[in-house]
Design a protein around this ligand. Structure first.
Ligand code: PLP
Ligand code: COI
Length: 370
């Protein structure tokens, strides 16, 4: 079924919706939702909005999920002019579907786009794209505890042109993928590899942008992590002194006297999970220190008993305790917790808000199916 509407030229979005005639059956979908894994399965539809230098944002569509046709000279394939986002849709007990702080993702995508010389997608288009996709693929939001539908907005240079300059043709897409735990093994503490040979970002680089190149450059270090039995890699700043972040998550240390310490740097991604967790920490009287954090402080803090926990946080991983940090010249083994981990209790509170089990006192949720 195709509903044709006028193309948009203004923020009053008029969408063209083309239903997927080959959508998965309810049984096939249920089988996927029973064990979604992470990033392996995709829903029946996707969003596509075009941008051109002359026409601005236009022709917003919902269409069947499927391959994108690209000219071999498309700029993204050569110069990696691309940005993306990641957020989740959560099913509440009454069946309604919500997402978490989507305006923050929209704003971050604008910042990333600006850094990559891509056009900024207006916030209202971003939010509308989430609602449009859920309108057709809402049945893909799983119901089992702690599962969700991972939403992946992305944008890239589609113009066929080999000169190095910002592309005059760009497309924004949104796809969705049902998600369980990011780490195999669920929410058990993970070992982290400290990369000393590779840096993720440099001064004045693209570290604060959510752009594919940052992840491409993390892959050899990530492979090194796997070789050492670690789930993720921790990067230091260019000087090798200060903590930055993991390949796909922010990092937080917890002290005995109730402080949450996390790196401040202009070359790390400003995590929305991190920001939310720090707020929940402040709400319960924990002190937040966002500042440059030397690796040595972590080493010394664990040795003296001052630092009692470390955790990783991000949309995909939520909050996951770190059991140890391994590196060529460093080994930090986190102590066994004496009571409930602060990280697990913050994780519980955050997910209780996301799944509508407790009041949303910070107004973080946006309903997607109404
Ligand atoms: N840092 C990196 C490099 C990431 O890829 C992510 C995940 O998106 C984060 C941090 C955490 O960000 P958020 O909590 O907004 O998902
Ligand atoms: C996210 O958490 O949304 C990310 O983009 C991280 C990625 C490693 C899946």
């Amino acid at each position: 079924m195709t509903i044709n509407l006028l193309p948009m030229a203004t923020p009053d979005l008029l969408w063209q919706v083309t239903r997927n005639d080959a959508a998965k059956s309810a049984e096939a979908r249920a089988a996927i939702l029973a064990d979604p894994g992470f990033g392996k399965h995709f829903t029946d539809h996707m969003v596509d909005i075009c941008w051109s230098e002359k026409g601005g944002w236009h022709r917003p569509r919902v269409q069947p999920y499927g391959p994108i046709s690209l000219d071999p000279a498309a700029a993204v394939l050569h110069y990696a002019q691309e940005v993306f986002e990641g957020l989740k849709a959560y099913r509440h007990a009454d069946g309604s579907i919500w997402t978490f702080r989507p305006e923050a993702n929209a704003a971050r995508m604008q910042r990333s786009a600006k850094r990559l010389a891509l056009p900024e997608l207006p916030v209202e288009y971003f939010l509308e794209s989430l609602k449009q996709l859920i309108a057709v693929d809402g049945d893909w939001v799983p119901t089992a505890p702690e599962t969700s539908l991972y939403l992946r907005p992305f944008m890239f240079a589609k113009e066929a042109f080999l000169g190095v300059r910002p592309a005059a043709k760009v497309n924004y897409y949104l796809i969705a993928s049902p998600a369980g735990a990011y780490f195999t093994g669920g929410v058990t503490p993970v070992a982290i590899w400290l990369s000393t040979q590779y840096a993720r970002a440099g001064k004045g680089g693209t570290g604060a942008a959510k752009t594919g190149g940052n992840y491409a450059s993390s892959l050899v270090a990530q492979a090194e992590a796997y070789d050492h039995g670690c789930a993720q890699v921790l990067f230091l700043d260019g000087s090798g002194t200060y903590l930055e972040e993991l390949g796909g998550m922010n990092v937080v240390l917890v002290t005995k006297d109730g402080r949450l310490i996390t790196p401040e740097s202009d070359s790390i991604l400003e995590g929305i999970t991190l920001d939310s967790v720090l707020q929940l920490g402040r709400d319960r009287g924990l002190k937040v220190e966002q500042r440059p954090v030397p690796l040595q402080e972590w080493v010394d803090g664990v040795a003296s008993g001052e630092i009692v926990e470390a955790f990783a946080c991000g949309t995909a991983a939520v909050l996951t305790p770190i059991s140890e940090l391994k590196g060529e010249h460093v080994s930090i083994v986190m102590p066994e917790p004496s009571g409930e981990r602060v990280s697990m209790s913050l994780r519980q509170e955050l997910t209780d808000i996301q799944y509508g089990r407790v009041p949303d006192r910070h107004n973080w949720l946006m309903r997607l199916d109404a």
